[in-house]
Design a protein. Structure first.
Length: 427
């Protein structure tokens, strides 16, 4: 379609870049069709849960103050529980982010003297402070909760032998991070997580297994709670918020454990009964309704980027052909100039703040300068198209999101455009 090329040109995508993108996209039809089938399944799963719980307009009403008898909140939690095939859910704007939801799940279900085990290596950066791997005020370590870790084997698989050895008398909880986050290990499939859960529970059936599900929701037709996870935790400004949730986190799982989480989030004796939703319920429901297709758009963007940059000779993780278990894509660009150009492209493609030029800076908590590109409707939302990279070898950029496939595509074409204009790639 001629108009398509023309409108991309009006957005400053040159014909060379447009044609290169079109060639890559043409080879991805079957991949995209598979992503669409998963989205279709998950869309039906979400609609089914909303119908079963008789969602209606009254559930969008705002509660204030204590938030007693917030029917919308209770229905939202019932819908989440059904989608995840779990007994109960805690889905709240008072869960301020993913790290907070994970902290609540851990702190609520561990007691002094208990041990937490990560059988999948180092957890996400912010969790190091929560657990006390990096000494932090208020960490689990300060409350006498110990931590043990078994690293993955060199090929990224589970070290079953050492996991068996690490499970002892004190081991109370196991934490499994599904997404690689900002590491280079592979992301685990739900099936792999299921195997690991079966293994640890065979050794000690009373273990509580929590899965950090961030960035993984709706990527597959199953969730970790379908394969034995007792708790599944994530952020609403990632996949399940569908771009519309302006804040929030969720914890789904066994009812007794969810109740512990509620007593920790609010107060002993109050639990799930309080927590006003201040008019956010509609955004939570509508975002959840959109989440399967939003996640599919982000996934297509990740697959497209992998294939575009692989074709240009860059290392990409995951590679262009691999199955996906989260929405994160990393591209090893090999030079600071290329990393900066890539991020400039993502920024220039944004609907919000497109005129801003991102620059590397010394962000607190990082040992090298970091560059971040995002132009989001919700601050910090990483289901919206965003990219970030530490300015250090091997000069890898991590990017994710895109509320629609077309926006993700524009972002990637624009990144290519910037690299092309600076003679950092040949097309
Ligand atoms: C995003 C993320 C978290 C939590 O991050 P927040 O920024 O606190 O929402 C935890 N684990 C993983 C794997 C993540 O991707």
């Amino acid at each position: 379609m001629k108009e398509l090329e023309t409108i991309y040109e009006s957005l400053k995508i040159s014909p060379e870049v447009y044609d290169f993108g079109r060639e890559v996209e043409a080879l991805l039809a079957e991949r995209f069709a598979q992503i669409d089938r998963v989205a279709e399944f998950n869309q039906m799963k979400v609609i089914g849960a909303m119908q079963k719980n008789r969602l209606s307009e009254m559930h969008f009403a705002a509660s204030t103050g204590y938030g007693y008898n917030d029917l919308g909140r209770e229905t939202l939690e019932a819908v989440y529980a059904d989608i995840f095939h779990a007994e109960a859910a805690l889905v709240r704007p008072q869960l301020t982010c993913g790290t907070h939801a994970l902290t609540v799940a851990l702190a609520a279900n561990l007691r002094p003297g208990d041990e937490l085990l990560s059988p999948v290596g180092k957890p996400y950066d912010t969790l190091e402070g929560v657990i006390g791997i990096r000494p932090s005020r208020g960490s689990l370590a300060e409350y006498g909760i110990t931590y043990r870790q078994v690293d993955l084997l060199a090929d990224g698989t589970f070290d079953y032998e050492n996991i068996r050895r690490a499970i002892g008398e004190k081991t109370k909880m196991v934490t499994i991070q599904r997404s690689k986050g900002y590491q280079t290990r592979p992301t685990f499939s739900v099936a792999q997580i299921g195997e690991l859960i079966a293994f640890v529970k065979e050794i000690k059936p009373e273990l509580i297994v929590m899965v950090d599900n961030c960035f993984g929701e709706f990527v597959e037709v199953m969730e970790p709670s379908d394969v034995g996870a007792d708790l599944c935790v994530g952020s609403l400004i990632k996949n399940p918020g569908g771009g519309l949730a302006p804040i929030g986190g969720y914890i789904v799982g066994r009812r007794d454990l969810i109740e512990e989480c509620a007593y920790r989030l609010t107060a002993p004796g109050l639990g799930m009964e309080v927590g006003a939703t201040l008019g956010l319920n509609q955004s939570f429901f509508q975002g959840l309704f959109l989440a399967p297709t939003v996640t599919a758009g982000a996934l297509k963007g990740a697959v497209f980027a992998a294939n575009v940059y692989e074709k240009l000779g860059f290392d990409v993780i995951p590679n262009g052909a691999e199955d996906r278990h989260d929405i994160i894509q990393s591209v090893v660009l090999r030079s600071p100039e290329a990393v900066i150009a890539f991020c400039e492209g993502i920024q220039a493609a944004a609907p919000v703040d497109s005129y801003v030029t991102p620059e590397p800076w010394a962000m607190p908590g990082y040992h090298s300068d970091v560059i971040m590109a995002a132009g989001a409707f919700v601050q910090g939302s990483s289901i919206e198209l965003s990219a970030d990279a530490p300015i250090e070898p091997p000069y890898a950029v991590y990017f994710q999101g895109g509320l629609t496939w077309y926006h993700a595509k524009l972002g990637i074409l624009m990144s290519l455009q910037k690299l092309f204009e600076k003679n950092l790639i040949q097309l």
